[in-house]
Design a protein around this ligand. Structure first.
Ligand code: ATP
Length: 311
């Protein structure tokens, strides 16, 4: 972040945009709005993009990003959503240094959008109501609001109803198999393979929500690891099943696919075990990660007394 002599407001701000892992992902029936009912324990991790937002008066809005440049980028979409709600324009250049692989279910695009919103808040000292902040994020995607707050959260509804949870420090490996999956296709496979009643789903979701509160050690968290989409993917894409098996054989306390895949993760007892497993079990695209408290999220939330997501 650059502060001009300390007297003027900053003219550029850089914010860390972490990937997320769905440590647990329970999938229920399709809702009237077409999305699936979910209950998910989500964790931001240290594999992260860097999002720089700078004022460019007179130059309009520009998004520089290898993966999705310009107006299609979720960062551009969140700027537009905020502009509509505040009835003003932002002339900024958003530069995204991509480190989170896209198409793996790691939520990189959603995280970039949330980071852009946080950066705009700080750059222009916007005093956004939690409602405007939340609605602008949710309009871009179900996963975006999660990234507005720090730390692990339980996500319900279609992923946008959030509750902060405390988890112990974790040492993990994230690995990306050599294939990409479409989120829509994966949910379709799940619907073909399993019929779930709302009652069944609601009772499992309640159980998850209760047990999460008592998870004090990495081993407790490992017991919660589950992904309802995984069997449908493993049945069709053997590389995913093989990767999960390799992570388990490398000594993981638990291993699973994250989100709609195809990235997978594993929890280990400590850093050493995780680093070793990354070498022995994982493909070229694998990372040792820990849980992350992105600094851009904590400060404004604490200062303005809205450190908690709306439950
Ligand atoms: P999903 O939410 O569909 O599971 P993902 O987590 O697998 O997505 P993302 O990194 O969010 O993966 O990227 C998915 C797609 O979104 C990309 O292929 C790209 O076309 C588009 N996209 C838009 N903005 C971004 C961005 N800032 N970073 C990455 N992808 C983006």
């Amino acid at each position: 972040m650059t502060i001009d002599g300390g007297a003027r407001a900053a003219d550029r701000i850089e914010v860390v945009a972490p990937a997320k892992l769905n440590l647990a992902l329970l999938v229920g029936p399709v809702r009237p709005d077409g999305f699936h009912e979910i209950a998910s324990l989500m964790l931001p991790v240290s594999l992260a993009d860097r999002v720089r937002v700078e004022r460019t008066p007179g130059a309009g809005l520009d998004v520089v990003c290898d993966v999705a440049p310009g107006a299609d980028n979720l960062a551009a979409k969140v700027v537009r959503e905020l502009e509509q709600r505040l009835d003003r324009t932002f002339e900024v250049r958003v530069t995204i240094d991509k480190r989170v692989p896209p198409g793996g279910g790691l939520g990189g695009g959603s995280s970039d959008a949330a980071a852009t919103l946080v950066a705009l808040e700080r750059l222009y000292d916007l005093d956004l109501s939690s409602r405007v902040r939340y609605e602008a994020a949710a309009a871009v995607g179900s996963d975006v609001p999660f990234f507005l707050w720090p730390g692990a959260q339980l996500a319900m509804g279609r992923g946008q109803v959030l509750k902060a949870v405390q988890l112990p420090a974790l040492h993990l490996v994230v690995a990306m198999p050599d294939l990409g999956l479409s989120t829509a296709a994966v949910y379709r496979w799940r619907d073909e393979d399993a019929e779930v009643t709302l009652k069944e789903f609601a009772s499992r979701a309640r159980l998850l929500s209760g047990v999460v509160q008592a998870a004090a050690t990495p081993r407790d968290v490992a017991k919660l690891v589950a992904n309802d989409l995984e069997p449908s993917v493993v049945a069709r894409k053997e590389k995913v099943g093989e990767l999960i098996e390799r992570l388990r054989s490398a000594g993981a306390l638990a291993a699973a696919m994250t989100g709609s895949g195809a990235a997978c993760f594993a929890i280990f007892d400590g850093e050493l075990e995780a680093l070793r497993a990354r070498e022995t079990a994982a493909p070229a695209r694998a990372w040792y990660v820990t849980d992350l408290q992105p600094e851009g999220r904590t400060k404004p939330a604490a200062r303005r007394g809205r450190g908690k997501p709306p439950a």
